[in-house]
Design a protein around this ligand. Structure first.
Ligand SMILES: NC(=O)c1ccc[n+]([C@@H]2O[C@H](COP(=O)([O-])OP(=O)(O)OC[C@H]3O[C@@H](n4cnc5c(N)ncnc54)[C@H](O)[C@@H]3O)[C@@H](O)[C@H]2O)c1
Length: 324
């Protein structure tokens, strides 16, 4: 199978590329290297089944021939990360809306199936213990720029499902919950690489807000396995699936776990949200997926739990640090 991965030099995209090549598929990664890095796909550089095209997903002249050459499209390119979203709301909205529109149009023209990676952010401020794909969504007001990510991704979902309904374009939507693993960068507000970096450097581990907010972390290798399985099945078109891990942890407990697993002398300190991001920043109390649908459809079961993920992230961060 020939696959196109937009955002293929990013964190999830590079793991997806490796997994597809390992299964014998040909992969083209289209990435503008804005938050991604060619180093993420360095392991594939010498493999004739892999190609990195540096370009923007909104450039139709670049995109269309790549879509025509492939059999399926994994659309991951997006503006990602709370810090990036808060600091660059125009870029977030434009990248997420225009990029997805361009991909869906090109795929409809060429008749290629698309998998769209959406996000658990679309569940917004809903207070449920575990979110289900057909839940009502409660998003904050447009004056709080953090919600622009959720809304732009939600419009991507609407547009994808509209293409499926009106133009019979096969599209499946994967709502990724927090995904973690080696190569994820902490630069744009991702919590695990941020905590690990602080712990290894002996800096304060900064917990934003009360630390009572709960998150559930999916291992990137489990997540990319689910994305491939969702793409491979014919009956997933027009469907939305949560993807992640359903075992939650508070951010305060996560900080303690990182500190103990790295044997760090760092202090754990609390930073109010308005200092961490911007005045009036809103966060969700809990964000844990209900995984019953994806279990039922593809027999998905997360194989790696949090300690396992942290061990890999810590080992990767240690290996990447210059020796003292
Ligand atoms: N990692 C998570 O926890 C998580 C959670 C929910 C959803 N997601 C979704 O998964 C996808 C991948 O996220 P990630 O964590 O790998 O982030 P990432 O930032 O590492 O990957 C995004 C990639 O897209 C590229 N990109 C951005 N704009 C582009 C453009 N206009 N043209 C071409 N390439 C462009 C970036 O350079 C980067 O390589 C995104 O769609 C994101 O919304 C991720």
């Amino acid at each position: 199978m020939n696959t196109l991965i937009t955002g293929g030099a990013g964190f999830v995209g590079s793991h997806l590329a490796e997994a597809l090549v390992a299964r014998g598929h040909r992969v083209t990664a289209l990435d503008n290297l804005s938050t991604g890095d060619a180093a993420n796909v360095a392991s594939l550089k010498a493999d004739s089944r892999f190609k990195l095209v540096v370009g923007d997903v909104t450039e139709r002249g670049t995109l269309l021939p790549l879509v025509e050459e492939c059999d399926v499209v994994f659309h991951l390119a997006a503006a990602v990360g709370v810090r990036l979203v808060v600091e660059s709301p125009v870029r977030t909205i434009e990248t997420n809306l225009k990029g997805t529109e361009a991909v869906l149009e090109a795929a409809a023209r060429a008749g290629r199936k698309v998998l769209l990676t959406s996000t658990s952010e679309v569940y917004g401020r809903g207070g449920k213990a575990a979110f289900r794909e057909d839940d009502d969504l409660l998003i904050g007001p447009p004056t709080k720029s953090r919600w622009s990510y959720a809304c732009s991704k939600l419009m991507d979902e609407f547009l994808a499902l509209a293409f499926w309904k009106e133009r019979k374009l096969p599209v499946v939507i994967a709502r990724l919950f927090n995904t973690a693993g080696p190569r994820q960068t902490g630069r744009y507000g991702m919590v695990i690489p941020g905590f690990v970096r602080q712990a290894l450097r002996g800096e304060d581990i900064t917990v934003f807000g009360s630390g009572k907010q709960r998150r559930a972390f999916g291992c990137v290798s489990d997540v990319v396995g689910a994305l491939i399985a969702l793409m491979e099945r014919d009956d997933t078109s027009g469907e939305v699936f949560n993807v992640g891990n359903d075992v939650g942890i508070s951010i305060e407990d996560l900080a303690r776990l990182v500190k103990s697993m790295t044997a760090s002398r760092s202090e754990i300190v609390h930073v109010p949200y308005d200092q961490a991001y911007e005045a009036g920043f809103e966060d969700m109390e809990r964000r844990v997926p209900d995984l019953r649908k994806i279990r039922r459809w593809i027999g998905y079961e997360p194989r790696h739990q949090l300690r396992d993920i942290l061990e890999r992230v810590i080992a990767h961060a240690r290996a990447a640090r210059p020796s003292p």
